[in-house]
Write a protein that binds this ligand. Structure first.
Ligand code: NDP
Length: 328
């Protein structure tokens, strides 16, 4: 039998945590033959709630769940970690400026990066879900100098999945008929969902849509503002779909993306597509032998270039702001 994989989840008592942990424990994160040990990190006032979730996890009697430990100290939570899901973050509250938000999150993701650097297993993979996810990932990565930078990723898979679903509805096809969707840039309202390279049953998706107005005025804003629409409808932010995307992201990272397709991942730029090196920006990516590779050689038209540049500019501003605050 395989040795258990250590999976650390931060913000484990939150909404996304609740939707995520049961799926990890049931084998959906890594595969049905891989036992997992869960290591839950919470802030002290939420430890009790995490204990409640752990009781429910016990009560599922998941055959693959090899243990659950709960911590309020990142050093302990990340000791031996193989997969780190950084979900807990400081949400923006009323009257909070962006600088305050970045600073509060620097206080969370800096120490978590240090703890990962100090204690993680050699093969550690980190996915940041907590917002502002790209910049939180940058902060964590900057505090983990001994770990290859490309092990730090941020989640744009939910945006990717939302884009697949919107495009499938428009073209009246199934989501699995669509390949090669791309989300570029920041996981924020400036993100750019790009269908110019996407294929619908082998045909170019932009040509199949053939409606620039829909693309510009409906598709892009619907994908980018979907989170707000869900809050409006549900009275709470998306949680199960965010957890689902985190599962997809790690599953593909570990097990590889399917031949003939790619996905979207925010990872440290190597300078591809004019994105400044080191920025954690979303790209089209495939996973091969357990590592992400940015899909190369795509032609970027003017429509796309403008939008990629705008989102990357926002990422640069966030990076400059956290640099100024001494957080990276
Ligand atoms: P959620 O579980 O709903 O969300 C957690 C984070 O995920 C938020 O930053 C949220 O961003 C982000 N997120 C990213 N993508 C999405 C998406 N598509 N939809 C919704 N959220 C998304 O938050 P809760 O408040 O329920 O729980 C957070 C938990 O984290 C709490 O239990 C808290 O105690 C804990 N926490 C733990 C820390 C730690 O372990 N050190 C540190 C800080 C908090 P957004 O706010 O923009 O929606």
């Amino acid at each position: 039998a395989k040795a258990p994989v250590n999976v650390t989840v931060t913000g484990a008592a939150g909404q996304i945590g609740y939707a995520l942990l049961f799926r990890i424990a049931s084998g959906q994160l890594l595969g049905a033959d891989t036992p997992v040990k869960l290591r839950l990190l919470e802030i002290p006032q939420a430890v009790k709630a995490a204990e409640g979730t752990a009781m429910e996890l016990d009560d599922c009697a998941f055959p693959l769940l090899a243990g659950i430990d709960i911590f309020d100290d990142p050093r302990k939570a990340f000791d031996g970690v193989n997969v780190a899901l950084l979900v807990g973050a400081r949400p923006r509250t009323k009257g909070m400026e962006r600088g305050d938000l970045l600073e509060a999150n620097g206080g969370i993701f800096g120490p978590q990066g240090e703890a990962i650097n100090a204690g993680a297993a050699d093969d550690v993979r980190v996915l940041v879900v907590g917002n502002p996810a790209n910049t939180n990932a940058l902060i964590a990565q900057a505090h983990a100098p001994d770990i290859p930078a490309e092990r730090f990723t941020a989640m744009t898979r939910l945006d990717h999945n939302r884009a697949l679903s919107q495009l499938a509805a428009k073209l009246n096809v199934g989501v699995s008929d669509i390949k090669k969707m791309t989300i570029w840039g920041n996981h924020s309202a400036t993100q750019y969902p790009d269908i110019f390279h996407a294929e619908v049953n082998g045909r170019n998706a932009a040509e199949a849509v053939n409606d620039e107005e829909w693309l510009r005025d409906t598709f892009i804003p619907t994908v980018a503002k979907r989170g707000a629409a869900i809050i409006e409808a549900r009275g709470a932010s998306s949680a199960a779909s965010a957890a689902n995307a985190a599962i997809d992201h790690v599953y593909d990272w570990v097990n590889g993306t399917p031949e003939g397709d790619w996905t979207s991942v925010a990872l440290p730029s190597d300078g591809s597509y004019g994105v400044p090196e080191g920025l954690i920006s979303s790209f089209p990516a495939v996973s091969r032998n357990g590592s992400w590779e940015i899909v190369q050689g795509l032609e970027i038209n003017e429509f796309s270039r403008e939008r990629i540049d705008a989102s990357v500019r926002e990422l640069e501003e966030e990076r400059d702001a956290v640099r100024k605050l001494g957080l990276i």
